[in-house]
Design a protein around this ligand. Structure first.
Ligand SMILES: Nc1ncnc2c1ncn2[C@@H]1O[C@H](COP(=O)(O)OP(=O)(O)OP(=O)(O)O)[C@@H](O)[C@H]1O
Ligand SMILES: [Mg+2]
Length: 257
């Protein structure tokens, strides 16, 4: 037996989450190896956001457990889970509108998060880190622009850069391309691919064109369970996968795009 099998960084084991009598997740298991990119899709109400809530410790599983780097985290409070290096980027942008893109990244790059730390000038290491993040997010040419004046997509990249500044081991992105143009969506896919490898990334999205660009293994959730796993081309050719989307014309249109 080969012994050097990579242990998953994220290991969701048989998780069930019930809201009242309704099971949002049923005996769900999902593993993501370190440095991998995984995409999560599924119709509305499939349980995608609930799964992320469970991973970050906001929702407690009724049974099963979530392991991170080999340790059970599903009984830890949310701030302890965050402290282990699990970051979730919400759809709502968290940038400070009055500061420039670079200033926002400088703030995010500060190791000491105390109220007074904002009063000291950034260290050379923090300056370097902010410039690296500008480069990563493609915002170098926009560094001196106040965040309020950035385009919607640029703001999203800035926010991803701010999350990455904390050097998360696991980055959870819930619909990062919502409201983006096709070109912004393509740039976001490239950004996420660059981040994977250094970080482990789990992305939820409805946009099949974006999922296609990510070119990563896909897990399909349906009614709180893993319905299929595989590459997008195989899933698209699977009539059962198409069928769970068919009641939803908008998504079916995306799926066939
Ligand atoms: N706090 C809650 N209380 C009761 N029911 C909830 C709660 N949160 C989610 N649900 C229900 O659980 C199911 C899964 O919801 P969830 O938000 O995880 O789906 P989703 O896959 O993220 O859907 P979408 O694609 O619309 O974002 C839905 O039926 C939802 O109504
Ligand atoms: Mg959701």
């Amino acid at each position: 037996m080969p012994s050097e099998r990579t242990e998953p960084l994220l290991d969701v084991r048989g998780v069930t989450v019930a809201f009242g009598g309704f099971k949002a997740l049923t005996n769900l298991s999902l593993q993501v190896p370190p440095g991998h990119l995984r995409v999560l899709i599924g119709p509305n109400g499939a349980g995608k956001s609930t799964l992320l809530d469970t991973i970050i410790g906001k929702v407690r599983p009724d049974s099963g457990e979530v392991r991170f780097a080999g340790r059970v985290i599903s009984r830890l409070p949310e701030h302890r889970v965050a402290g282990l290096g699990i970051c979730r980027k919400f759809q709502a942008p968290g940038v400070l509108e009055g500061l420039t893109a670079r200033e926002n990244l400088l703030l995010a790059a500060r190791r000491d998060k105390g109220v007074l730390s904002i009063l000291r000038p950034p260290t050379p290491a923090e300056q370097t880190r902010a410039d690296e993040l500008l480069d990563l997010t493609g915002l170098t040419g926009r560094a001196a622009i106040p965040a309020a004046a950035l385009a919607h997509g640029e703001k999203q990249w800035l926010e991803i850069g701010m999350v990455v500044a904390a050097d998360p081991r696991l980055l959870l992105l819930d619909e990062p391309t919502a409201g983006m143009t096709a070109q912004e969506t393509a740039q976001t896919a490239a950004l996420i691919q660059t981040m994977a490898g250094r970080h482990t990334v789990l992305v939820i999205d409805h946009d099949m064109h974006f999922v296609d660009l990510l070119n990563a293994p896909v897990t399909v959730l349906h009614q709180g369970q893993v319905f299929r796993e595989g590459d997008l081309a195989t899933l698209r050719a699977d009539p059962a996968v198409m069928e769970i989307y068919l009641g939803r014309p908008r998504e079916a249109a995306h799926a066939q795009a």
